[in-house]
Design a protein around this ligand. Structure first.
Ligand SMILES: [Zn+2]
Length: 438
């Protein structure tokens, strides 16, 4: 057991309520940032706190590598968490409690576990008198759980010089283990590494019409126009498109499990999902765009027809499909409504034919010689979208290992979030090896 205790670090981070309530809410990434600085400064590091707004704090530091000619690596993790429904929890979500082999609390799997591992690596270098091969920039950022405008997006826009010379990056959503049985019942351990993300388009849609009495005939109703447009969008069946990352995923998963994935149709894909066990979660939303109306506002009173109606649509696009998606959306929405972007962040897809990917795979395989490493595309999004703007090759790689007693992490964005203690400790070993040798 090393003197650096990753569980203790994580427990303390979990005890800090850094809930992200959006731009107008009370946010306290500052406290987490101060904790990080207090941990690193005594170890000889010079972390810098950069505030994008009062108390919206980011911490960045650069660890010089032995070979300054190598491209640098960025290691990024967010310190904010999504809010909790406290009365639903069976433990204090900000207690940082260790019980039954788990560390409990909001952020235990997303992603204070990984942030703790990153911090533990830094402390261990200091203890071992070691340093990485290449420059490594660590960014502990605010505001990932909302839109990144106070965190990664802000850092990239306002302080791109912090990332000078950086060629690759690792962040959340990869490197964990997913055990799946093949057709003969033999268990295989898959380790997905994120190499792509769908894009995010958030649209605001407004319909205008003629206001009037709720009991009168009105052929020009804003509400009727809006729901017509939204219904067309919600009902649209988006075509299957298989991104290179998803194809590469199935090229490995198919032969390993002894199945023949069918990615040619919606029906074929749905049938394939049923054959891949818990990997279903990893690829469910990765071969088509999705367009979900989520916000709806119109009217004040039941007997008054309002002059306008408003909605928001959450659109997720696959790499390379942005233009096509917009063209179809425009047709579906029709001429009766107008729309604008609230947010438009293109999809991201990084090659897996890189030194970075091979190094991550090698580190996982050294820990688990039977590991099956696969690339994945994220249906959602992370801060990688921000750092990708700098031309950095972004991956999701925050490793955790399988718990010997079968415990698994759970509760992400939900209730009773927890991470197995052994997974955290095992993950640290993988990450330390990667960061020290890459
Ligand atoms: Zn996260």
């Amino acid at each position: 057991m090393t003197a650096v205790d990753v569980v203790e670090i994580c427990s303390r981070l979990l005890a800090i309520d850094s809930s992200n309530y959006g731009p107008d809410g009370p946010s306290s990434e500052r406290e987490a940032a101060e904790y990080i600085v207090g941990l690193l400064e005594p170890a000889g590091y010079r972390p810098e706190i950069l505030e994008s707004a009062p108390r919206r704090a980011n911490v960045v530091l650069r660890v010089p590598g032995e070979d300054p000619t190598l491209p640098g690596l960025l290691v990024h993790g967010h310190t904010d968490v999504v809010p909790v429904e406290r009365d639903q929890w069976s433990v204090d979500p900000f207690g940082g409690e260790v019980r039954d082999g788990y560390l409990w609390g909001r952020g235990a799997t997303d992603m204070k576990d990984a942030v703790s591992m990153m911090l533990a690596c830094l402390l261990r270098w200091n203890e071992d008198g070691a340093r990485p091969r290449r420059d490594i920039v660590f960014a502990f950022v605010a505001d990932e759980e909302d839109c990144g405008n106070y965190g990664a997006q802000w850092l990239v826009s306002e302080h791109p010089e912090l990332f000078d010379g950086v060629g690759g990056a690792i962040g959340e959503s990869g490197g964990f283990v997913v055990p799946v049985a093949d057709v003969n019942g033999v268990l295989h351990r898959f380790y997905p590494i994120a190499a792509a993300e769908r894009g995010i388009m958030h649209l605001a849609v407004t319909a205008r019409g003629t206001a009037g009495h709720g009991g009168s005939r009105n052929p020009d109703s804003a509400v009727a126009k809006l729901i017509g447009a939204l219904a067309r969008v919600a009902d649209h069946r988006w075509p299957i498109r298989v991104p290179a990352t998803v194809q590469a995923f199935f090229d490995v998963v198919g032969p390993t499990l002894g199945i023949s994935p069918d990615l040619s149709s919606h029906e074929g894909f749905d049938a394939t999902l049923l054959q891949i066990g818990d990997l279903e979660d990893v690829v469910r939303s990765t071969v088509q765009c999705t367009t979900n109306p989520t916000v709806l506002r119109a009217g004040e009173q039941v007997n008054v027809i309002p002059s306008s109606a408003y909605a928001e649509i959450d659109v997720r696009t696959l790499p390379g499909t942005e233009d096509e998606t917009l063209r179809i959306l425009d047709e579906l929405l029709g001429d009766d409504v107008e729309w604008r972007f609230i947010e438009n962040r293109p999809a991201l897809e990084t090659s897996i034919d890189t030194e970075w990917y091979r190094a991550m795979r090698a580190c996982i395989e050294q820990t688990d010689p039977e590991a099956v490493v696969v690339p994945r595309l994220l249906g959602g999004g992370t801060d990688a979208k921000a750092f990708g703007r700098l031309g950095i090759a972004c991956y999701g790689f925050t490793p955790t290992t399988q718990d010997p007693q079968g415990r698994t992490g759970s509760g992400m964005h939900g209730v009773d979030e927890r991470v197995p203690v052994s997974s955290l400790q095992g993950g640290l070993e993988v990450l330390y090896r990667f960061l020290s040798t890459v």
